[in-house]
Design a binder for this molecule. Structure first.
Ligand code: SF4
Length: 165
């Protein structure tokens, strides 16, 4: 059975990030996935009503797991507490992934929602630390492997493994 992939909505270039930019991917792997109809695209932040552009947001006082468990917050650079919206966005991502039956997710790294290997450190100074975004953490909790947009070859290897009879 063809493995489908949940992908960040801004991957491929849609200009929907907080600063109204996208993340173009000039990759034959990506192109092939698109042609094979594997991609299930979602922007969790837009799905819960965030506009474009929007203030940057960062996880403050803990990890994505702490946000989901009520021990840390997500704040915008303005100071606005957007924790509940980010939790809702994470829920949307997990629901979409489960409903679509995806086998994995490929998400834009560095985002407080979609990050898979690094996120900003909560100081709004451009510093990043190892960690996941809130939606990536929710997907992981649902047993869905998450890869960054810089790990397409690794994701492709997992797909090949999953599709081996
Ligand atoms: S929330 Fe994810 S999909 Fe949406 S713009 Fe940010 S990185 Fe892209």
């Amino acid at each position: 059975m063809k493995v489908r992939i949940l992908v960040s909505g801004c991957l491929g270039g849609a200009a929907i990030r907080f600063n109204a930019t996208g993340v173009p991917l000039d990759s034959p792997i990506w192109q092939q996935w698109a042609e094979q109809g594997r991609l299930v695209s979602l922007c969790p932040e837009l799905a819960v009503g965030f506009p474009v552009p929007r203030p940057p947001a960062e996880i403050v006082g803990g990890s994505a797991a702490d946000v989901l468990d009520g021990r840390a917050e997500v704040r915008e650079s303005t100071g606005r507490d957007v924790t509940a919206l980010f939790r809702a966005a994470a829920d949307r991502a997990a629901e979409r992934a489960v409903h679509a039956g995806v086998g994995l997710a490929v998400l834009v790294d560095g985002s407080p929602t979609c990050g898979t290997t690094r996120v900003h450190d909560g100081t709004f100074t451009g510093v990043t630390v190892p960690g996941r975004g809130v939606a990536a953490e929710a997907l992981r909790r649902h047993g869905i492997p998450v890869f960054s947009h810089r790990q397409l070859a690794r994701a492709a290897a997992l797909i090949a493994e999953l599709e081996t009879p």
